[in-house]
Design a protein around this ligand. Structure first.
Ligand code: DON
Length: 319
């Protein structure tokens, strides 16, 4: 009720107003101690639970930020949104619909049961099984080329070269038995386009790319702008692929909490277990948040609250 209302229609408001709002959103939740840092990937348990960064980028390239926006963290599941976009751009709407699917599983992001319950379908590209299947679809002659294409593609969304966090990659490679099982399960259903060991390795690399909250906001703003990076002017994907990506994020981006998120916040979004969230306001801009403590579904607690606050204050809810 005490959220200031700046604009209900049109583009995001100008510099001072937006900077003040982003500062208010940060201050409001900085002391919020709810949630727990992920520890199923050992290195993630070392994250500082007080880290909290908030960045907003408009489709016109204007930005505002507060808090720890320079702290780099592994992108984790947020990579799924952008690898999906790259594959959808290359193979088209129908292929992704037929091969992977676009419906929510209603189950946890790493669920094996979800695959079994659905006749071997990975269901959608935002859960681990579907993301591994999607990564396997990146057209390439070999593993090196496939990895380069993913890294280059995500870097174009961010408008700067993204680098692998080797420590996260190694930590996750030693502990990703469940993802290896999911890939083998997909292989048993003839649902994986490449060797399962390679698919999981490249998926683990893409999850280990280091980003900041500011990078996430630029990546999201590229989707908000219909596929053109607002900072570099680079057309990364088509308007149609941006629309497909945002539709999928609306239904599946926040895992089994996607319905509640849409009900409360009304924006397509994607979260990751290291504590990032990107929320996209189509035609307007995007919010990138980073704060490691998560709720039981794996979504950053402060990030969700800050996105809810900004969505309300800026009149961003699509509905
Ligand atoms: O495969 C995994 O489990 C991680 N690399 C990514 C999972 C993730 O970020 C889910 N997020 N909520």
């Amino acid at each position: 009720a005490d959220v200031p209302q700046l604009s209900s229609t049109g583009l995001l408001p100008g510099g001072d107003e937006i900077a003040e709002l982003v500062g208010l959103a940060h201050a409001r939740y900085a002391e919020d101690g709810a949630g727990a840092v992920a520890d199923y990937i050992p290195i993630l348990a070392e994250a500082d639970p007080s880290w909290f960064g908030l960045s907003l980028v408009g489709v016109d390239g204007r930005s505002a930020s507060a808090g720890d926006i320079d702290v780099a963290f592994s992108i984790q599941s947020i990579s799924k949104a952008f690898v999906f976009a790259l594959v959808c751009e290359e193979l088209g709407h129908e292929a992704i619909h037929d091969v992977v699917g676009v419906n929510n599983t209603g189950l946890a992001f790493n669920s094996v049961v979800a695959v079994e319950l659905n006749g071997g379908s990975p269901m959608n590209s935002m859960v681990n099984a579907g993301a591994i299947a999607t990564t396997a679809l990146v057209p390439a002659a070999d593993a090196d080329e496939r990895w380069q294409r993913i890294r280059d593609g995500l870097s174009r969304f961010a408008g700067r070269p993204l680098a692998l966090d080797g420590e996260v990659y190694r930590s996750e490679s030693f502990s990703n038995h469940r993802n290896q099982a999911l890939a083998r399960l997909l292989q048993s259903y003839d649902r994986l386009a490449i060797d399962p060991v390679e698919a999981v390795d490249i998926y683990t690399r893409q999850c280990s790319l280091a980003v900041t909250a500011a990078d996430l906001a630029v990546m999201g703003a590229t989707l908000a702008a219909g596929g053109t990076n607002p900072l570099t002017g680079d057309r990364v994907i088509s308007v149609e692929t941006s629309r497909d990506t945002l539709a999928l994020l609306a239904s599946c981006g926040m895992y089994e909490r996607s319905g509640e998120w849409l009900f409360e916040i009304g924006l397509p979004a994607k979260s990751g277990v290291s504590g990032g969230i990107v929320a996209i306001a189509p035609g307007k801009g995007a919010v990138g948040t980073f704060s490691p403590p998560l709720d039981p579904a794996g979504n950053s607690v402060r990030g969700q609250r800050a996105c809810a606050y900004l969505s309300r204050a800026l009149g961003l809810n699509l509905f």
